[in-house]
Design a protein around this ligand. Structure first.
Ligand code: DGL
Length: 279
């Protein structure tokens, strides 16, 4: 019997810029059989200092664009978008316009890992100003683990621009990373578990490790989100069946492809071709 040709219905992965590539890479390693579309809104990055309404608006545009490309499932591979837009998209936009589609974020799966690692019960969260001000991490941590964990957050507004501008391994990066990490541990020296609550931050990992106390466990979101997606698809066979499986990936950016391709190739570890779109 001939196998029925499955419709191309990729999983959409969205970030404000390059950071979500750290999530895409882990997802493709864990689940290589699926098709993916990566969308980076590089023309409007960073989102971290933008208002609630603007982040929601930009994120909704990206999600609708990915839906129009037949994505049935979209991952917001961006903490700022997960913090400021996910709930409204899930509760309003999906219900009213796209009841069969799903959008998932990166905050909940990260928070679920915390109890496996902390011994002191003191958690540090590094994120953009938007993520920190939204208090999404303390709220989700309280929902998952109750109120007994102590959560200290530090906004790192310069870190995303360092990554977006390829300034991750120099004195400027040392200065800002050292400053924010020192602030965080000065405010709570008992932190033993640290969430990198921005998908750009793994690209600064070498510099971060230079200044971190040795006993601290760092939770990096790529592998956590990849595992959680695999679990989600196992628990939702109806969605799994809709996601096509040819092992392909397409890259889309709102910036010029001449800017995007070389940097994204570097992050992904192989040459890649991107397409430019406008919302
Ligand atoms: N990667 C995004 C995040 O996880 C960066 C946000 C930004 O554009 O400032 O929050």
């Amino acid at each position: 019997m001939n196998k029925v040709q499955q419709k191309y219905q990729p999983i959409g992965i969205f970030d404000s810029g390059y950071g979500g590539l750290t999530i895409l890479k882990s997802i493709m390693q864990r689940l290589p059989q699926y098709d993916y579309i990566y969308l980076g809104d590089n023309a409007r990055t960073p989102y971290g200092s933008r208002s609630f309404d603007v982040v929601y608006d930009y994120t909704r545009q990206a999600v609708v664009t990915l839906f129009s490309m037949d994505c049935q499932l979209v991952i917001l591979a961006c903490n700022t978008a997960s913090a400021k837009a996910l709930r409204t998209i899930q509760q309003n936009d999906l219900l009213t316009g796209f009841p069969e589609r799903r959008v998932l974020g990166v905050i909940r799966p990260s928070v679920e890992q915390i109890p496996l690692f902390t011994k002191t019960g003191h958690i540090g969260v590094l994120g953009t100003s938007g993520t920190v001000l939204s208090d999404s991490y303390p709220m989700e941590i309280a929902k998952v683990s109750g109120n007994h964990l102590v959560v200290t957050q530090e906004a790192c507004p310069m870190w995303v621009p360092l990554v977006e501008n390829d300034e991750t391994d120099n004195k400027a990066a040392d200065y800002f990373v050292h400053k924010n990490i020192t602030n965080l541990f000065r405010r709570d020296p008992e932190i033993d578990t640290l969430i990198l609550g921005c998908t750009h931050y793994p690209l600064l990992r070498k510099t971060i490790d230079k200044f971190l106390p040795a006993h601290v466990t760092v939770l990096e979101q790529g592998p956590i989100v990849a595992e959680s997606l695999s679990d989600y698809l196992n628990r939702h066979p109806e969605m799994d069946q809709k996601c096509s499986k040819n092992g392909s990936v397409r890259y889309i950016t709102t910036e010029s492809v001449d800017n995007f391709e070389p940097r994204a190739s570097l992050f992904m570890g192989n040459p890649l071709v991107a397409e430019k779109i406008q919302f």
